[in-house]
Every structure is written in structure tokens, then in C-alpha cells.
Ligand binder design. Structure first.
Ligand code: ZN
Length: 196
């Protein structure tokens, strides 16, 4: 308990302009700027990323699923009209491991794991294949939900893979996948951003 209070205290201190002597300018600037993209990610992987918080409408959810986050995403996509939805999966995601085998889980966890497991095309446990299949399944779920906007060119849905060092790869673009297809269709994206 003491440890939790200490952590909380640090968190409050670091985010309080008076005690932290903070960069007021930055705070003001980020308030005025609208986010540029939606990032649906897993709390486990957010720690690894370099990011400008002001650019991102962040949706962090175990396993990074559209399911359980519909209202949060609907608001960003349909009310804020943000044009880019990134679905990010990551190396070593425990939600995916637990989707295959969880000895103890609440009913809500079980529902999530069943949903995730349904997205695995094969029973293979190979990585990163399983993670990529999960990302593809979640991109497909987003495309099913927001297909009207994608068709009209108002929204792009992409899949990203984050490795254990925080390096990002583009693995899916509006349902298009595979290094060859992606690099052919997106000549403006550097080839090092695709997963070989
Ligand atoms: Zn995860």
C-alpha cells in the first residue's frame, strides 16, 4: 500500500505545474492542438513508444481490441473526424498468450480471450505470426465498423506491429497486408517500415 501511495504521489507531483515547475508553454500548445491520429494499443506496449502525446487520441486496452472500446473509438472517428486509426499489436502480448491458455480469468477476461482467439487463423503458436493475425483481425473489425468512412476516403485504418524494443512496422493498410503488396501500394513509405 505504501508503495502505491508513493507512486501516486510522484505521478501527482510530476503533473502539477506548481510543484514540478513545468513547461507551461508546452502544456498550452498541446491544449490548442487537436490530435492527428487514433492509436488503439495495449498498455504493455505504450511504455515503449516515442510519441508526442498531443498528436494522439490514445485508446489503451489489454490486447488492443475494437471490442470493449466501441464508444471511445466511435467518438474519435465519427465526432472528432480523425482521419487515421492505428491498431497496434506488440511482441510478447500477454493478452494473446492468455487467449490461448489462461488458468484463472474473470468472466470479462474470458470473453475478451475468446474474441482474441477467434481471430487466430491457424492454431499455430508461432510468433510474430499470431500477433500479426490478431492485428489483421482487429483491423478487419475496425473496417467492418467504419467501412462507410473508409470507402469515402475519410478514414484510413492501419495495423502496426511494435517489437520489444519499441520499433514500429506497418503490417496492414485498409485490409491490405503482406510486405510485397504494401510496398507496391505505398511507394511513399520507406521499405524498412514493412516487416520482412
Ligand atoms: Zn499486450
Amino acid at each position: 500500500m505504501k508503495k502505491a501511495i508513493k507512486t501516486l504521489n510522484t505521478f501527482l507531483t510530476e503533473n502539477n505545474p506548481e510543484s514540478a515547475g513545468v513547461k507551461e508553454k508546452e502544456a498550452k500548445a498541446s491544449k490548442e492542438k487537436a490530435p492527428k491520429l487514433i492509436l488503439l494499443s495495449c498498455p504493455q506496449s505504450m511504455r515503449l513508444l516515442e510519441l508526442r502525446k498531443e498528436d494522439i487520441y490514445s485508446v489503451e486496452s489489454f490486447g488492443a481490441t475494437v471490442m470493449t472500446n466501441e464508444a471511445t473509438l466511435d467518438y474519435a472517428v465519427r465526432r472528432l473526424n480523425l482521419p487515421l486509426l492505428c491498431v497496434m499489436g506488440h511482441e510478447g502480448c500477454e493478452a494473446l498468450q492468455r487467449a490461448v491458455r489462461a488458468e484463472q480469468a474473470t468472466d470479462e477476461e474470458k470473453a475478451l480471450y475468446e474474441h482474441i482467439a477467434a481471430g487466430f487463423r491457424e492454431k499455430t503458436k508461432k510468433e510474430p505470426q499470431r500477433t500479426l493475425e490478431h492485428i489483421d483481425a482487429e483491423v478487419a473489425a475496425a473496417l467492418a465498423r467504419y467501412g462507410d468512412l473508409v470507402k469515402r476516403g475519410k478514414l484510413t485504418v492501419v495495423g502496426l506491429y511494435c517489437d520489444e524494443t519499441g520499433r514500429l512496422f506497418l503490417t496492414n493498410y485498409n485490409g491490405l497486408k503482406g510486405e510485397e503488396a504494401l510496398s507496391y501500394s505505398l511507394p511513399e513509405v520507406e521499405s524498412c517500415f514493412f516487416m520482412a
